[in-house]
Design a protein around this ligand. Structure first.
Ligand SMILES: [Zn+2]
Length: 116
């Protein structure tokens, strides 16, 4: 949702995955919803878009991103990173055979792929 990170993340993913385009599915702090419970009313549409991308477009890599200064999920960095880790494990179970990249992005634009 936060436009401060759009260019950073799409640029990173185009290079990392060697692709021309990146589908962006955004919402207010969805890692919290993914990590902490069943998909709620704002996580469900994102998951639907992810499934469509995988099933209809042949997408083989899905990044899930959290960032410092998130308005939708104003938890501290350590909490957000734990949620991101947990959310990525859940996505991996939902999407077998698809590469899941958990991205932690700092306000200065640094992108880290969380190691799992
Ligand atoms: Zn955010």
């Amino acid at each position: 949702m936060d436009g401060r990170f759009t260019e950073t993340v799409t640029h990173f993913l185009r290079q990392r995955l060697n692709v021309d385009h990146v589908n962006l599915l955004t919402g207010p702090g969805p890692v919290a919803g993914f990590a902490d419970g069943e998909p709620d009313d704002y996580v469900a549409p994102i998951l639907r878009g992810v499934r469509l991308s995988v099933e209809s477009l042949g997408v083989r890599s899905v990044a899930i991103m959290a960032h410092q200064g998130c308005l939708g999920n104003p938890a501290d960095d350590a909490v957000q990173r734990r949620q991101l880790f947990k959310a990525s494990e859940k996505l991996e179970r939902e999407l077998p055979g698809v590469e899941i990249l958990p991205l932690w992005v700092k306000l200065d634009g640094a992108v880290e792929v969380l190691q799992r």
